[in-house]
Write a protein that binds this ligand. Structure first.
Ligand SMILES: *[C@@H]1O[C@H](CO)[C@@H](O)[C@H](O)[C@H]1NC(C)=O
Ligand SMILES: [Ca+2]
Length: 339
């Protein structure tokens, strides 16, 4: 894959769809300018900075019509999941519950952004609650299992909103959001909070908040970005930003949650999927995107631009160490560099 093929589109300046008045996240004008300086002529294919479109067939929106046992279901649910007029509760604040909700139709968009309005709350005191929510874009759907209520060795993308530190030795602050890409070969290790298979992550204080909490996932041209809006400021904050992520089309969106000895209410209020209008090169258009194997390439970033700004911390697995040598671990710092 030519490097140009992976140069992302910076479209953060605009208002985010679906949330009126929400300013776009991301680098300010200085960062953008610097990006142009770094990338020079390879910045291309920026077509339509304003045309995102809500895809109703991949969105879960109140009132929850077309969910469950209608003749044309948009979403199916399973396990402890219940629907109310105000939220979809994946698990109640009770022990040993598992539930999920899955989009009925596979998604064939190459570039998309998912906005999730969610709420994790319960009676448990600090670190006496769990386990969290997983958001999915996967080949298989509705298969219960041990990974936040869904199957392990999955194919595709997972974003974990993990509220409980199973690994007692961890220095991480929980709740913790992380991402994992899997081709079926990897197993999620709950006892380590998925540390060995995590690509990036950040601490995010989303539990028992009095106000609404949101998360956004953007996937476009191999770049995967996760942002949160947890402070009731109508502002996206960067959590994860990695490149070189390869995902096929034709997978399913879903959300699941699980409780064990400790519990919480895990609620989804909405999931809104937006299509991003992004042009792809003829080479990219000509391949069969449904045949892509989920994978991550830590490509060397152009001119030392960090491609990984998630808050990963040590220790790293051997595989991570090896990958780490190929990438610049410095967090994004928009400072001029000598040419
Ligand atoms: C699946 O992923 C593993 C680990 O990342 C890798 O070693 C293996 O080659 C991959 N398999 C396929 C079919 O791509
Ligand atoms: Ca955990």
């Amino acid at each position: 894959m030519a490097a140009e093929g992976w140069i992302w589109r910076w479209g953060w300046g605009r208002r985010c769809p679906g949330r009126p008045g929400l300013p776009g996240p991301g680098p300010g004008p200085t960062a953008l300018l610097l990006l142009f300086l770094f990338l020079g002529p390879v910045v291309a294919d920026i077509t339509d900075g304003n045309s995102e479109h809500l895809k109703r067939e991949h969105s879960l929106i109140k009132p929850y019509q077309g969910v469950g046992s209608s003749s044309m279901p948009l979403w199916d649910f399973q396990g402890s999941t219940i629907l109310t007029s105000q939220y979809v509760r994946l698990t109640p604040d009770e022990r040993s519950k598992e539930g999920s909700i899955w989009n009925h139709q596979p998604c064939f968009l190459k570039d998309w952004e998912m906005h999730v309005h969610f709420k994790v709350h319960g009676a448990g005191k600090k670190n006496l609650h769990g386990d969290g929510i997983a958001l999915w874009y996967t080949r298989d759907r509705l298969v219960p299992g041990p990974v936040f209520g869904s199957k392990d060795n999955f194919h595709g993308l997972a974003i974990f909103l993990d509220t409980y530190p199973n690994d007692e030795t961890t220095e991480r602050v929980f709740p913790y959001i992380s991402v994992m890409v899997n081709n079926g070969s990897l197993s999620y290790d709950h006892s380590k909070d998925g540390r060995w298979t995590e690509l990036a992550g950040c601490t995010a204080d989303f539990r028992n908040r009095d106000h609404d909490t949101f998360l956004a996932v953007r996937y476009s041209r191999g770049r995967l970005t996760v942002m949160t809006d947890l402070e009731d400021k109508n502002e996206w904050k960067n959590c994860i930003d990695i490149t070189g992520v390869r995902l096929p089309t034709g997978y399913y969106f879903g959300a699941s949650a699980g409780t064990g000895d400790l519990s919480d209410n895990h609620d989804i209020i909405s999931m809104k999927l937006f299509q991003l209008m992004v042009e792809h090169s003829p080479d990219e258009e000509n391949i069969d995107w449904t045949k892509i194997e989920p994978s991550v390439n830590f490509l060397k970033s152009p001119k030392g631009l960090p491609e990984h700004t998630g808050g990963r911390s040590l220790p790293e697995s051997p595989a991570e160490k090896q990958r780490g040598q190929e990438r610049n671990p410095t967090p994004w710092a928009p400072e001029p560099r000598a040419p």
